[in-house]
Design a protein around this ligand. Structure first.
Ligand SMILES: N[C@@H](CCC(=O)N[C@@H](CS)C(=O)NCC(=O)O)C(=O)O
Length: 216
């Protein structure tokens, strides 16, 4: 099995990068500087016509979409245990969280960060206001889940849903209501996941200094 990850620090590639480290599988990481516009280079567009990160080249075939990549890796490395096995009750929970995060929360994040460039800048404030409501509703939903005594999102065991959720929570750090403030159960979960050795290594590799347990 061979993997080449095209990533940008802190971007939607981060949960995939984290998963590869968490599983300890060999991979090559190639930086795409999205601030410098490298996602629009013709060479990169041949791998990912949408001009976005991540791209994971799996055995020579470029694949896209962070949530799909997490699910694909979970299937290819079932022994790593980052997804509940098919047919178990936790599988349904895992599918629900993966789709909720990818289908509801991630698009709201995209709207928050890209309202003025994906759409008409004149309407950007209204788009961001709706995105903020959706993001805060997601934080409240996560907080309620952990208030109910769960240690993780699915099956009370670490899964790809947690990797995706944590990176999405990281993106709230400069928003009007960051995930670490006012949602105590969510904040405790965030601190717990940030302490994982693979997450610490991920931050080192992506040269990220913000939003680490040792940075607050
Ligand atoms: N739904 C996609 C979203 C990918 C995405 O929007 N990536 C952003 C970075 S977080 C990106 O590539 N932005 C550069 C751009 O849009 O030009 C996924 O989950 O992989």
């Amino acid at each position: 099995m061979s993997y080449v990850l095209y990533y940008s620090p802190g971007a939607a590639s981060m949960p995939v990068h984290w998963m590869l480290l968490e599983m300890g599988v060999p991979f090559e990481a190639r930086l795409v500087d999205i601030d410098a516009g490298q996602q629009h280079d013709p060479e990169y567009l041949r791998l990912n016509p949408a001009g976005r990160v991540p791209t994971l080249v799996v055995d020579g075939v470029p694949r896209h979409e962070s949530a799909a990549l997490l699910m694909l890796l979970a299937e290819r490395h079932a022994d790593a245990g980052l997804a509940p096995a098919p047919g178990t009750p936790a599988r349904g929970e895992w599918l629900e969280w993966m789709i909720y995060l990818a289908n509801t929360l991630l698009p709201a994040m995209r709207d928050w960060f890209y309202a003025a460039s994906d759409g008409d800048p004149a309407g950007a404030d209204a788009v961001r206001a709706l995105a903020q409501r959706r993001i805060e509703a997601a934080c409240a939903r996560l907080d309620a889940h952990f208030a109910g005594g769960h240690a993780y999102l699915a099956g009370d065991k670490l899964s790809t849903a947690d990797l995706l959720a944590l990176v999405l929570m990281r993106w709230t750090r400069n928003m009007p209501h960051p995930a670490t403030v006012g949602w105590p159960h969510l904040a405790a979960y965030i601190r717990k996941l940030r302490a994982r050795p693979a997450f610490i290594e991920l931050n080192e590799r992506e040269k990220l200094t913000e939003w680490r347990n040792d940075a607050q």
